[in-house]
Design a protein around this ligand. Structure first.
Ligand SMILES: Nc1ncnc2c1ncn2[C@@H]1O[C@H](COP(=O)(O)OP(=O)(O)OP(=O)(O)O)[C@@H](O)[C@H]1O
Length: 272
């Protein structure tokens, strides 16, 4: 194990999303069992681990969507439970696993949903007036994800990779500080998966904190930090080089693998 994280959250920053000795049940199952970890803005953390390790449950708890049984989540130094839902929605953006977009909607309208435009755009009662600043934020999110060139197309006309970028744009339109994504590269081919990760890296360079559940370890190796979960606990945390070791891979996945290096990044090669 590289650096142990239990009890690790130390310097509390205003730019940190933190889990402290967090325990969360999924149904009756104790899915997260005493996880402590800190996620910072300007940093890309990939959460990895075998099926059922508790990755999605942790992500949902970090967003305040699942209640902690014990321990707590703190956002910018304040317990998440004390943030209003509106404050949380502005600060934390979420891309759920297998999220479906409205197929008949146009791309620009879908991205506008990220700023609460749905009610207004589709003739329902508006919660807040739509302003030019909202429209600018939508345009910026389209630009940042390279989706503006097909902003007038309908979702059903797009490929899986293009739809994923639209989902990303919708999340970014709210102007969050943290972006949490559950398997954003699922069902994408190698090239699109890489492209999504490249876009996430771009957002991190702009100062966002990114926390993404990833199954592909060689994509995860492109993150700044990895958090490896096993049976609801943290098995390892650190740089990709620290976490992606044959010993950790064997302990977590029961996998015999060689780890070489490619441009300073670890490259995992499973053995037969
Ligand atoms: N509603 C539920 N009721 C009972 N058990 C659940 C429920 N949801 C999840 N679990 C269990 O909790 C554990 C953690 O689930 P979770 O979805 O967080 O894992 P994961 O690491 O994201 O898995 P995967 O990689 O397969 O998506 C699993 O053993 C799962 O079966």
């Amino acid at each position: 194990m590289s650096r142990a994280v239990s009890g690790q959250p130390s310097a509390v920053s205003t730019d940190t999303l933190e889990a402290r000795e967090l325990h969360v049940r999924a149904g009756a199952h104790p899915a997260v069992r005493g996880v402590s970890a800190a996620f910072r803005v300007g940093e890309f953390t990939a959460v990895i681990g075998p099926n059922g390790a508790g990755k999605s449950t942790l992500l949902r708890a970090l967003l305040g969507l699942s209640r902690a049984e014990a321990g707590e989540v703190r956002l910018c130094g304040r317990p998440l439970a004390r943030w209003t839902r509106a404050e949380r929605a502005r600060t934390l953006a979420y891309l759920a696993q297998g999220e479906e977009l409205p197929l008949d909607a146009r791309v620009r309208d879908v991205v506008a949903l990220g700023r609460g435009a749905g009610a207004w755009k589709w003739g329902l009662i508006p919660t807040q007036p739509w302003t030019p600043a909202d429209e600018d934020a939508v345009t910026a999110a389209l630009d940042r994800t390279d989706t503006r060139r097909f902003e007038d197309r309908h979702v059903h006309e797009l490929s899986g990779g293009e739809r994923q970028r639209v989902s990303l744009a919708r999340a970014l339109a709210a102007g969050p500080r943290f972006l949490l994504l559950d398997e954003p590269t699922n069902h994408l081919d190698l090239a699109y998966g890489l492209e999504v990760v490249r876009h996430l890296r771009g957002e991190v360079a702009r100062g966002l904190g990114v926390v993404a559940v990833l199954h592909d370890l060689n994509l995860a190796a492109r993150a700044d930090r990895l958090l490896l979960l096993l049976e609801g606990r943290v098995l390892a945390v650190g740089t990709p080089g620290e976490v992606l070791t044959p010993a950790h891979l064997h302990a977590a996945y029961g996998l015999r693998a060689r780890v070489t290096r490619d441009e300073e990044r670890p490259l995992v090669i499973p053995e037969d």
